[in-house]
Design a protein around this ligand. Structure first.
Ligand code: GTP
Ligand code: MG
Length: 209
């Protein structure tokens, strides 16, 4: 899949203000600072499309990006939305901010009609974190389809990354019957891009059938 166009569209404080749900949508979420915005820039091949920052908690709204993609062997271009969601688990926010985050995200994830898949980003350097497992279990209760992305793989040896992924899946299989699809990425080494785009392409194509 080739990205023909990637443009920032709008930042919305609630589901009601999101753009019309007229095309497939893919959202990216994960702990604050896990690398969501960086990954979106890697996927779109645009360095400054989504704002990245060394300060956690930068993304506070539902951010829509308009994408036009093309696939090999298919002349028809596809339009879809990519969404950068604010991170969870940011310690320095007030109880009230946390509540409004939860409300906004829950409403968006449960009610956004065109949402095809949520990519949950996990820091590949860490052993399974309770907050990530809880969030994934919550998605299960809400019946929201998701895949996992293990980020920042350049910061660890391949062996340690594989060990953390295995441990993470082991924890998930305590509550899930099967393991979800997963990807390993590094925005420094620019790896994992092709695989995630192929997955998005496949999901868009199976939708049309
Ligand atoms: P919030 O929007 O604040 O929740 O953060 P985010 O999840 O969007 O993270 P962001 O993309 O802003 O990245 C956070 C920090 O991690 C930045 O300093 C990035 O440069 C760094 N980072 C992101 N991805 C990678 C990666 O694959 N490898 C390395 N080494 N650093 C990364
Ligand atoms: Mg961000």
């Amino acid at each position: 899949m080739q990205i023909k166009k990637a443009e920032y569209l709008i930042s919305s404080p609630s589901l009601g203000q999101c753009p019309t749900a007229d095309r497939p949508e893919f959202a990216f979420i994960g702990r604050s600072n896990v690398g969501k915005s960086s990954l979106i820039n890697l996927l779109c091949n645009r360095e400054k499309l989504a704002k990245t920052s060394a300060t956690p908690g930068k993304t506070q709204l539902i951010n829509h990006f308009e994408i036009v993609s093309a696939s090999a062997g298919n002349a028809k271009e596809k339009k879809w939305y990519l969404v950068d969601l604010p991170g969870y688990g940011f310690a320095k926010v007030s109880q009230n901010q946390r509540k409004s985050w939860t409300k906004m995200i829950e409403e968006y994830l449960r009610k956004r009609e065109n949402l095809v898949n949520v990519f949950v980003l996990i820091d590949s350097r860490l052993p399974p974190q309770k907050i990530d497992i809880q969030f994934i279990n919550q998605l299960g209760e809400w019946e929201v389809p998701f895949s996992l992305v293990f980020t920042k793989s350049d910061k660890n040896t391949q062996k340690d990354t594989a060990k953390n992924i295995k441990y993470f899946m082991f924890e998930l299989l305590k509550t899930w019957e099967s393991a979800p699809p997963y990807f390993v990425t590094s925005t420094v080494k620019k790896t994992g891009r092709k695989e995630i785009l192929a997955h998005i392409e496949e999901l868009i194509e199976t939708m049309g059938k």
